[in-house]
Design a protein around this ligand. Structure first.
Ligand code: ZN
Length: 102
């Protein structure tokens, strides 16, 4: 499959706590229902702020959206219920990531 010039197929990532501590940390008291459930590989990035699409510093091409990783809970929150966005160049194997938050 040639994925270099289009988006990846989308896979939803679900959190499965593997310890009691992880189970306790997971979840939000007041956030919207979808917060904590936005992690995925592929598809289109769900930007919270401006469309901030990175360019590969090696070849200068637009990078491919690889994944977004959500906050886990009130005690493990990325800024204000933010997301980490991960982009990759499949030619150079360069990655870039950044955070957007409310
Ligand atoms: Zn590149």
């Amino acid at each position: 499959m040639d994925i270099k010039n289009r988006s990846l197929p989308e896979y939803k990532l679900e959190l499965v706590p593997t310890s009691e501590e992880a189970r306790i940390v997971q979840g939000f008291k007041w956030a919207d229902e979808n917060i904590g459930k936005r992690s995925k590989i592929g598809g289109e990035p769900g930007f919270i702020q401006n469309d901030d699409w990175p360019i590969c510093s090696c070849c200068g091409k637009k990078m491919l959206f690889y994944a977004q990783l959500d906050s886990v809970g009130d005690k493990l929150c990325i800024a204000d219920c933010g997301l980490i966005y991960v982009f990759m160049c499949f030619d150079c194997f360069e990655t870039k990531s950044f955070v957007q938050s409310y």
